[in-house]
Design a protein around this ligand. Sequence first.
Ligand code: ADP
Length: 496
Amino acid sequence: MPPKEQYILALDQGTTSSRAILFNHEGIIIAVRQIPFNQIFPKPGWVEHDPMEIWSTQLEAARGAIASAQIEGDQILAIGITNQRETTILWEKDTGRPVYNAIVWQCRRSSGICEELKKGGAEPFIRQRTGLVADAYFSGTKLTWLFRERPELRVRAERGELMFGTVDSWLIYNLTGRHATDPTNASRTLMFNIRERCWDDDLLKLLDIPKAILPEVLPSSGYFGTTKKELFGVEIPVTGVAGDQQAALFGHACFEPGEAKNTYGTGCFTLMNAGPFPLESGHNLITTVAWDLGRGYTYALEGSVFVAGAVIQWLRDQMGLLTESAESETLARSVPDTGGVYMVPAFVGLGAPYWDSEVRGTIVGLTRGTTRAHFVRAALEAIAYESRDLLDAMEKDSGKRLCSIKADGGAAANSFLMQFQADILNRNVVLPEVTETTALGAAYMAGLASGYWSGLDDVKKNWRMRREFRPEMNGEARAGLVAGWNKAVATARSYR
Ligand code: ADP
């Protein structure tokens, strides 16, 4: 009998659903299973998940993917995990029971604590040690909040009775019984020193968090433990772990310094491989760990645009200008330009490189001739301008010129947007054949550690391009449009 074919299983635990994807050696998807779960909104600005539901949906998705591929558990060589980042879970060491709901990355409940930290002058110190800013987005102040709210938990934490983890740790623990994380996730907690590569006692003191609750930090590509036999009928090693954005950078095969990816979803997440040193940003970008393949860290610069695809959603759902998102492309193409209209979709302020939370959405340049098509085109172009501002900051910080940018996410399906992005960046924009880059990145990390792929070159061979958008705009036209965008941003910022 010929040997049975082997696969890698990626667990992609996202903010709204748990997914499991089986990949073969060519990096091709064999089976996918996706299960949504509940979003809990206890108060305005607060977001929670039930950790048990995260685990049960993830397990069901994994079993579902294996069943639909009609393979046996022993055909899975290894498991890779990728996850929503920063989301904070605390559970009992003895029973494995969570002591509170997962506090989700989007949750703003600890913004008061962040203000305290800033007022106390801690931000430069935090930035220097963690590469991050004092924001409620990251795990640390979520834990500080929880211990202040429930002092008895802090006492139990001190006694070593509790375990903290981001979602990767929670899954590793439930799969294998081990309490571990990887540096891509650790580097989002505000407690991890990205230079010394360890949990930082001074940061823990600042945040008033007992060290006893922290997981062991293991390389992103390496052995994390073996799944309990009752879960899949066989024991499967977990050999890859990375936060979702870093996994996507890896799945795009951005292995060289200066290579970057942009995910066009609700917002945009841009990451650039910064190489083996934790480059400090002069433009308020975040410095984060890209991965640790067991041979030392690779770092990344990261920036995000808060409102990207969401502006199209807004035009569709609130303004009624579109019946579906894809219609934005046809409309944008029906006019030669925006007729001088610029839209700055700063609905919740502007992120990097502006970091201005007081700005609001602004539309300039309206005339009697402005039509729905101009409006929609201006919204799509805004996504490209916002991404250009980020990538421009990354090029300045890194001193590296991007050769191209790799794209994924829902709005990357819009070819008008991708072409305009290439034009306005004056760089190629490249779409990969496999758009599930996040899960693929986790699979690659797991497969590299288990010998399924022999090295980065082997993985890179799998990377196939679906489409490339090359700049077609002349320099003068580009400069004129960018100057207009800059004026529109300045106008938006001058209105308070
Ligand atoms: P997320 O993972 O952030 O939920 P997705 O990657 O699924 O987001 O992308 C969804 C976003 O992309 C939505 O905001 C939607 O409006 C936008 N979008 C989807 N298709 C298109 C399209 N053809 N043109 C422009 N925007 C689109």
